[in-house]
Design a binder for this molecule. Sequence first.
Ligand code: COA
Length: 330
Amino acid sequence: MIPRPFAEVASVGVAVPPGVLTNADLTRMLDTSDEWIVERTGIRERHIARPEQTVAMLSHEASLRALASAGAVPADLDAIVLATASPDRLLPSTACDLQALLGAENAAAFDIGAACPGFVYALTVAEGLIASGQSDTVLVVGAEKLSTITDFQDRSTAILFGDGAGASVVRRSTRPGRGILSTFIKSDGRLAPLLYRPGGGSVDPISEKVVCERSHYMKMAGREVFKAAVLAMADACDEALRRAGVSADEIDLLVPHQANLRIIEATAKHAGVPMSKVMVNVDRYGNTSSASIPLALEQAVSEGRVDSGTVILVVAFGAGFTWGSAVIRW
Ligand code: COA
């Protein structure tokens, strides 16, 4: 086998809808408080898309930024791999809508359903497409409009989620030693009912009953999910480091999934990475599922925390359960 890296993350671009929903706004809708939300989650506000703003539109905006920053054009793309838990329609894929918006005439396009680690799953698929010789340039996108599947009458979930999109151009590695050094993805579907949307799919198609029961919205057993997230994120950090042959000391930046500040702190502690090397922006965006890693990565790049050669550990966990991680030398 040809040694890694096969592929590099050439850029990251994001799109965030302008509408902001603060904790104070939520206290006017639900029996909750800013203190409770900040103490339990670290979240202060989240962005919410306008009704007409689609996941494909947010993806398009993020993708144009990622393409420009990588010096690439849509015609360069061999594939578009879009991770989302809130697709615009169930058929066809949101990736196909994005392909059309971009005019990416040479690209295959498909969605990945892996919930919060969707971006890490998509990155893994992109690397595989490049390693196998199928593709040279792949657009990886994580994009969500979770506000459409969040029950704003349920205080245990409504406080957590937000909308946004992020994209990266992933291409054949051209700089020796730079690129994706390892990836790791895993799942445990036995735990699906701890975080899921019971209705609205083909098991229980959308109907008056589904709408009245509000079963098309996300349901979550928060405490159980919290415990599983801490364990899985720790496992994923260990695996990505082991596979990359990199020690915790060599990590310059940890970019964890932004679900909850307490989960992030536990993950950093387990990985042996000090909080000064951890990217945190859950306070501004809440949990944006598959968009969360690129939103945090882009902020790190904008703040000058990522340079050529920076070693980054990304790690995420979500519904399924699914989890995954990667080590990237930028
Ligand atoms: N405001 C005020 N009180 C709330 C509340 C809210 N928004 N949501 C729940 N509560 C109440 C509960 O009703 C419960 O009250 P009770 O003790 O009278 O029954 C109490 O707070 C504790 O609830 P609990 O669910 O045990 O709280 P918690 O400390 O586990 O925090 C979460 C709840 C959701 C913040 C936490 O479990 C969590 O972050 N879980 C992981 C979620 C996640 O990251 N999911 C996505 C994974 S990708």
